[in-house]
Design a binder for this molecule. Sequence first.
Ligand SMILES: *Cc1c(COP(=O)(O)O)cnc(C)c1O
Length: 258
Amino acid sequence: MNPLLDQPAATPEEIAALEAGMARLVGGDRDVVLVPAEAILALEAIAASVAAPGRRALNVVTGPYGAIFGGWLRRGGADVLDLATPFDEVVAPDAVAAAVASHRPEVLAIVHAEAATGGTNPMAEIAAIAREAGALLVVDAVSSIGAEPVPAAQWDADFVAIGGQKSLAGPPTPSAVAVSERGWALVDANPHAPRGSSLSLTDWRDVWIRGDRSAVPGLPSWLDVRAMLAALDRLETERGDAGEGRLGRAPVPLVHRR
Ligand SMILES: *Cc1c(COP(=O)(O)O)cnc(C)c1O
């Protein structure tokens, strides 16, 4: 037998372990939808699930992925205000607060940390602004997850995109989306949210999370599933304390300029 090629499909137990490991990364109290594709598809699924004609969204753009996300919200008919910073800057909470006051968004989307610059947006402050405004919070944590705490419940984050191949040092798939109860309520109430689609978040939820987890929906790559389990194991061993970043030190913040 070739140990790399001749392996059985990922089992329901392995998928459940991966789901639980991903959930622990964001504090352990969110449903996690596994997406058998790279995180860019998870992000498109979130955008497609929350966008609706006329829905107001504030999209913070501190790098390329924020810009792409805004485009997907617009494609779904949303009324999007992009709040963009220069390439090497993170966003200032004051600027977010001002944009929230003028645009009154129902959805606020932001990238937690930018892989290209190492800039980490001040999430606690921005989450507080979103909460105060009653806006749903979408966090792209693809590059930060593993290196920095992503306390989804503390931030009241409704959708958190998780990817494997940045700070997790794992394979690029499966990616994942952690969803809050409020997030699910919005998707369920959105007639424009994809269903029966690779961009659907509810397909996986209905078959797997709300099922008995005995049958894996689709066939996630077994090689990637096992590699991701190994990456999560390694991270948890490295960490000891789940609240600490992978490197055990705070990220270097970029300047906030107005
Ligand atoms: C890399 C990255 C993505 C896309 O992830 P892929 O797995 O490459 O599709 C999305 N958002 C951020 C912030 C990233 O750094």
